[in-house]
Design a protein around this ligand. Structure first.
Ligand code: NDP
Ligand code: MG
Length: 383
């Protein structure tokens, strides 16, 4: 009989959060939800509270938190409010694992807090690793709090690498190429939010779906992998693989390559992060290699998809540059979704913000917050 794992899920109303709750439902004897946190979707949070009975819930939006608290008076749950409320969930007694499924920079503070409390963090939220990988990994070592990747590519690498890091030659990160693979600059400049939100293989939150269409998502994942696996940028290659069956690969010094294959289904890497170091059976659809048929690979188009190159440059420059990249991207994607700018304005604005910023070495949390704020303002002022 396995011990029960007591988990807190931050971002429970989002794509990853909802799928995490599906994993909890499939393993309800082993996983117990004690805290749920989200942004403003009080209707869904209320349903989740009634279904999973956590002792605490939190909504970052104060008005939404007030409504949820009044609707949930018949439940024993205590509803917290604001980003502080989200961060306080990490302070609950006897938390065995925090799942960070928040989107964007907002996930940074709760991540650091969980690590400093010695709690393992299963992390989907890539932006904190992009902006503060140096702090997160240093604190993770210091407090002995493992960081378990949920994102399918780092999860694939994590599963292949095991304890053979010393033999690693390079990481090969796969990318679907998004809905606009093969498009020219002229075609890309006509892209609407509606088109960008139709990802061929994955159903995800809006920000990551737009990032996947621009290839920024892959750039963020290269930076994420650099920090998670302590690998130099020269040892990370990106390969386009339209079928999204091979989730990433690693090459060893002897020329052997290990790949991780599976259906494009986030519940698999989510479950692995929750079951680690064990593996559990699962009810999700299996991969049939015969049905998958052809698996193809080719080089990314850096000319028409400049976001990938911008991310690689920012990652290599390091310091505060990835924070500028990430903050400018969050702001530009938001403006694109509101139809205030075009699709190709996203890389243009990010490039401008990066060029206008004086790199700060080894930034602390307060500096990162200030730089993120500056990058967002810079983008808004230059549309
Ligand atoms: P969604 O947009 O679907 O969900 C985001 C979640 O975070 C929601 O619960 C939302 O709450 C909450 N949230 C957003 N902003 C705040 C805030 N300021 N304070 C508190 N809560 C907030 O995103 P995804 O689930 O798609 O992605 C989550 C993270 O995982 C991202 O960093 C993404 O890059 C990464 N990821 C996602 C994958 C996927 O398949 N979806 C795959 C790999 C990585 P509410 O809706 O209530 O406002
Ligand atoms: Mg990914």
């Amino acid at each position: 009989m396995q011990d029960v794992k007591r988990i807190v899920i931050l971002g429970s109303t989002g794509s990853i959060g909802r799928q995490t709750l599906e994993v909890v439902e499939a393993h309800s004897n082993t996983l117990k939800v004690i805290g749920l946190g989200a942004g403003s979707n009080y209707q869904l949070l209320e349903q989740q509270v009634r279904r999973f009975c956590p002792s605490f819930a939190a909504l970052a939006d104060a008005e939404a938190a007030r409504i949820a608290a009044s609707h949930l008076q018949d439940e024993t749950v205590q509803v917290l409010s604001g980003l502080q409320g989200i961060t306080d969930l990490v302070d609950l007694p006897n938390v065995d694992l925090v799942v960070n499924a928040l989107s964007g920079f907002a996930g940074l503070e709760p991540t650091i807090k969980a690590i400093r409390r010695g709690i393992p963090v299963a992390i989907a939220n890539k932006e904190p690793l992009v902006v503060a990988g140096h702090l997160i990994m240093e604190e993770s070592r210091r407090w002995n709090s493992p960081i378990l990747p949920i994102d399918s590519e780092p999860s694939a690498i994590f599963q292949c690498l095991r304890d053979e890091k010393r033999f690693l030659r390079k990481l090969i990160i796969t990318a679907s190429g998004g809905p606009f693979r093969g498009w020219t600059q002229d075609q890309l400049s006509t892209v609407t939010p509606e088109l960008a939100l139709r990802h061929p293989n994955w159903s995800m939150g809006q920000k990551i779906t737009v990032d996947s269409a621009s290839l920024m998502n892959k750039g963020l994942e290269v930076i994420e992998a650099h920090w998670l696996f302590n690998v130099d940028y020269s040892q990370i290659e990106v390969v386009i693989h339209p079928q999204s069956i091979v989730h990433s690969l690693i090459e060893f010094i002897d020329g052997s390559i290990l790949a991780h294959l599976g259906q494009p289904d986030m519940r698999v890497p989510i479950q692995y992060a929750l079951s680690y170091p064990e593996r559990w059976g699962s009810p999700w659809p299996r991969l049939s290699l015969v049905e998958a048929g052809q698996l193809t690979f080719h080089a990314p188009d850096l000319t028409n998809f400049p976001c990938l190159e911008l991310a690689l440059l920012a990652g290599k420059k390091g310091g505060s540059m990835p924070t500028v990249l990430s903050g400018a991207d969050e702001e530009a994607v938001d403006l694109f979704l509101k139809e205030k700018i075009g699709f190709m304005d996203i890389p243009r604005l990010i490039e401008g913000a990066l060029a206008s910023h004086h790199r700060i070495d080894n930034p602390d949390l307060a500096t990162l917050q200030a730089v993120d704020h500056w990058a967002r303002c810079w983008v808004r002022e230059h549309i």
